[in-house]
Design a protein around this ligand. Structure first.
Ligand code: ZN
Length: 191
């Protein structure tokens, strides 16, 4: 096959040289009552890759990005909170277009955060991509939570734009007495 980025003939979907060129650029956004959202990749650099999520190949690309994010997190951040049970909850973790976008991220982080697959699902099938802030505010996702109550958790998602999905997800989890420490996203589209 060809490397998706440089088109050189190669055994992997992204060749080693291109894989190494995808750099982690950690960013932190503070939103909504001092809630921290961390991201790993510069949006412009990975926008092309993130758009693959609507194709079958997307699951393999998402896995590569999530794995890189996980390794960075494990090596640079994780040691600060080793001692408590923290669950990983993907935002709208359901299969759509062949696989679950956030579920792949939950899986890659499962060595650190106990995975609660498919626990938080949007009841309204609304897609925010390309929509205005007003549209997003007027059309909530209506999350349903089917995971455990009274736990500590981290939210995981692929892209943050306005942050409204994360805000709504967090509010739903608070109803179930889930203490959400922070959110991790692959990339922050605002930067
Ligand atoms: Zn390449």
């Amino acid at each position: 096959m060809k490397c998706l980025l440089c088109e050189k003939i190669n055994l992997k979907i992204i060749c080693n040289a291109c894989d190494n060129s995808i750099k982690i650029t950690p960013k932190k956004r503070i939103d909504f009552d001092d809630f921290a959202i961390y991201s790993f990749f510069d949006y412009q650099s990975v926008e092309y890759l993130l758009k693959s999520k609507y194709s079958l190949i997307g699951s393999r690309i998402y896995k590569i990005l999530a794995r890189k994010a996980y390794l960075h997190f494990k090596n640079e951040v994780h040691s600060n909170f080793n001692d408590i049970d923290i669950y990983g909850i993907g935002i709208d973790d359901k299969v759509s277009k062949f696989y679950s976008h956030s579920g792949i991220i939950v899986k890659e982080f499962s060595k650190i955060f106990k995975p609660l697959f498919g626990a938080l699902i949007a009841n309204n099938d609304i897609h925010y991509a390309g929509k205005s802030l007003e549209y997003r505010q007027n059309n909530k996702k209506g999350f349903i939570y089917k995971g455990k109550n009274d736990i500590t958790a981290v939210l995981l998602d692929d892209i943050i734009t306005t942050g409204l999905s994360i805000k709504e997800a967090r509010e739903k989890l608070l109803e179930h007495n889930v203490n959400v420490l922070f959110a991790l996203t692959l990339s922050d589209a605002r930067f």
